[in-house]
Design a protein around this ligand. Structure first.
Ligand code: NAD
Length: 290
């Protein structure tokens, strides 16, 4: 029958999106965050997102109500005993994730599969701290999970083939597409994206072209919906800087190292859309100023 009961730890941007996708696909979903106000915020986010989905005609009002009724919140990881799959989506801090998995290991049955939604950490480093390194993998959703149909299923050197098969089936039942990646830093998408964005920043900082010209060239020449510098502003200068540093640590490859402009923008507080200024300038609604 496969997985029916899903647990999600961390009800932030990603956790709430993943919960919505799971509930809309018919799974029973239990979410955990550290304070009730974060659970309330996640529920509000899902209600607003489901209202948009209903408006677009992809779900009926009744289906959206049914999806919402499948999501329950808790503050206690002790409630996760009956979960068949637990997806962790807490902050991107290794020790925080290890602590969550340590507690889950004591609560969940031996067959429960654990998955991390980490973007940049190494899966085996978390798997090895649990008693189930064979039933541990990465499940990397993209933001926002409701709109982005890809999930990277990350196979650590300890992950069993049966776990990969179960996760492939799970992702398929979500209506998403799974691709299997080895546990190499950045998996597939970010491994290619980070040096690409770095190259665009270097081209810009060296005066090879203006930001607009770089973004226009990629949009029109490669049919990308967004150019690399616009994308950088949406991701956040701080987030990209952090990830590029993690990649450089791992690969010691100059293409992975954050360009010096990035660090200076970070120090200046020019973090992109969220602060109103990055490569471009934005109004309070996040719309680019002319
Ligand atoms: P977020 O800050 O929006 O949400 C994190 C949530 O985890 C918060 O609500 C926080 O209160 C909660 N939390 C912290 N410690 C907890 C604990 N011990 N137990 C339960 N909840 C806890 O972060 P996010 O953007 O949703 O990112 C979550 C994870 O997903 C990170 O590992 C991130 O790298 C990864 N990710 C993020 C994106 C993205 O674009 N935002 C994309 C893919 C993957």
């Amino acid at each position: 029958m496969g997985i029916q009961k899903v647990g999600i730890v961390g009800f932030g941007a990603m956790g709430s999106g993943i919960a919505q996708v799971c509930a809309a696909a018919g799974f029973d979903v239990l979410v955990r965050d550290v304070e009730q106000r974060f659970i309330d915020r996640g529920n509000e986010r899902i209600a607003a997102s489901l209202a948009r989905v209903v408006k677009s005609g992809k779900l009926t009002e009744d289906e959206a109500t049914a999806a919402r009724s499948r999501i329950r919140g808790t503050l206690a990881l002790a409630d996760f005993g009956d979960r068949e799959l637990v997806i962790e989506a807490v902050v991107e801090v290794l020790d925080a994730k290890k602590e969550v998995f340590g507690q889950l290991d004591a609560v969940c049955g031996p067959t429960t599969i654990f998955a991390s939604n980490t973007s940049s950490l190494t899966i085996v480093e978390m798997a090895a701290t649990t008693k189930r390194p064979d039933r541990f993998a990465g499940l990397h959703f993209f933001n926002p999970p409701v709109m982005m149909p890809l999930v990277e299923i990350v196979k650590a050197i300890t992950t069993s083939e049966a776990t990969v098969v179960a996760l492939r089936d799970f992702v398929k039942r979500l209506g998403h597409t799974g691709v299997v990646s080895q546990d190499t830093t950045g998996f597939i998408v970010n491994r290619l994206l980070v040096p690409y964005i770095n190259s665009a920043i270097r081209l810009f900082e060296q005066g090879g072209a203006t930001a607009d010209e770089i973004d226009q060239a990629i949009k029109l020449g490669l049919r990308h919906p967004m150019g690399p510098l616009e994308l950088l502003d949406h991701v956040g200068i701080d987030v990209h800087y952090h990830v590029a540093n993690v990649f450089f640590e791992e690969f010691k490859d100059a293409n992975m190292a954050p360009p010096s402009l990035l660090r200076r923008m970070m120090l200046a507080g020019h973090l992109g859309v969220k602060t109103g200024k990055g490569i471009y300038e934005y109004d309070e609604k996040g719309k680019r100023k002319a």
